[in-house]
Design a protein around this ligand. Sequence first.
Ligand SMILES: [Ca+2]
Ligand SMILES: [Ca+2]
Ligand SMILES: [Ca+2]
Length: 280
Amino acid sequence: MQLARDTTVTITPASSVLTLASVSGPASLTKAGAGILEANQIDIAGGLNVSAGNVKLLDSGGATRNAVTSLNIAGVATVDLASNALVVDYTGASVAAAVRSLLVTGRGTGSWNAAGLTSSTADGTQTALGFVEASDLGGAVPPVFGTVDSTAVLVRYTLMGDADLNGSVDSVDFNFLAANFGASSQKWLEGDFNYDGAVDTVDFNSLAANFGAALPASSFGALIPEPTSLAIIGLLGVSLSRRLRKNKASGRPVHGMRGVWALCPARRDANTLVVGLIKQ
Ligand SMILES: [Ca+2]
Ligand SMILES: [Ca+2]
Ligand SMILES: [Ca+2]
């Protein structure tokens, strides 16, 4: 559906479903009514406003890029991103905090099945929706988001622990988490994968469980197997060990590391520290 001008689509009653291949054009889309609007893709140079009901982006065998210039979801309404990606290409003041608030409500109690910006594909254990301010990625915007300017908020379905939203969980993600460990009021990029603001052992365990795994490039089959738990422990242990030694040698505090020590019941060396965290 090509939008030539701002358009309101009303779907009612709640059991009604309107399925569109794609929605594009230089205009805003408002979805009203308690029914469901399904689409393979929404890529518009305008806002997406959902005053009621559900807008669902369909799974299509790979992460589809969707784009809007603003996103408004009423309290009882839902945008279901499923396994896809969304660019909120705003102008002016950042909308990152507002998008995060929509994700917090969409996550609900952890199952990603509540009103707001949510994902019926995410399970909240292995997968979730992550978000990031594009400018915080330092130019390393994952290809799934296409070309974006510095004023854009990026959201995608991905693995828990994938801080930089590139679809895999590795040492880059771990370093984001480690640098902020023990801090509060943090965001996904900084290692808060369960949206409580804190970067702690819950987030660490999510990352550790997916360490070495990647989203399938073009299918939704089994995730690429991760290495053994022992390998995860060893790798993370080495990384933390280096940080701690650096801290000790310089005499200067490394941000976040105090929290790691405080949480560890057995801290004779760095490897013991990490094993202790994983076992919590
Ligand atoms: Ca922009
Ligand atoms: Ca990553
Ligand atoms: Ca957290």
